[in-house]
Design a protein around this ligand. Structure first.
Ligand code: IMP
Ligand code: MG
Length: 172
């Protein structure tokens, strides 16, 4: 399996800082946004994003299982949430690693909307727009990418390469 560098650690850091600044500005002065990471891929991005923000945040995670094999989606995402999640009147931000077909993000969004947050925003590090199957609102995007399989910075192929501090393309 060969890996071709896509974005360096420094490029990612700079972009995450810009996204953090944009997120900071979205909410009222007294808001403490609640960041909800989509496991597992989103955890590295979320950890850097929340530390780059300059206001207090709280954090939780959901887990969506949609990948049967290494690189193809099953198309029926299953959502698992933590039992304590109370979102009423919170400014909620869904933090995703990559939006591909859009099915995962839309599943999470529809579920969280039933919990009556004050607002619901979406931020994704990567947007693979050419693969989209459903239209899902994305408020902030780190980088737009093509139809390639990307690993590193939390993203995996068969659970491998999440630990890389940069993003690379896997040659298929
Ligand atoms: P979607 O439901 O098709 O939008 O898929 C979203 C999820 O699939 C992401 O949260 C990732 O976990 C995974 N995924 C999609 N494309 C890639 C990729 O290029 N590399 C690693 N994971 C990916
Ligand atoms: Mg994911």
């Amino acid at each position: 399996m060969s890996l071709t560098p896509l974005y360096t650690t420094a490029q990612i850091r700079r972009r995450v800082e810009e996204l953090a600044m944009a997120l900071d500005e979205r909410f009222g002065k007294h808001s403490t946004p609640h960041l909800i990471g989509v496991l597992k891929g989103g955890f590295v991005f979320l950890a850097d994003l929340m530390r780059a923000m300059s206001r207090p945040t709280t954090v939780d995670f959901v887990r969506v299982e949609s990948y049967n094999s290494a690189t193809t989606s099953s198309g029926t995402p299953q959502l698992i949430e933590s039992p304590s999640m109370n979102l009423r009147n919170r400014d909620v931000v869904i933090v995703e690693d990559i939006v591909d077909t859009g099915l995962t993000l839309e599943t999470v969004r529809q579920h969280l909307l039933t919990k009556q947050p004050r607002s619901l925003s979406t931020v994704a590090l990567l947007d693979k727009q050419v693969r989209r199957q459903i239209d899902v609102p994305l408020d902030l995007v780190g980088f737009r990418v093509g139809d390639e399989f990307i690993v590193g910075y939390g993203l995996d192929i068969n659970e491998m390469h999440r630990e890389l501090s940069y993003l690379t393309v896997v040659a298929r």
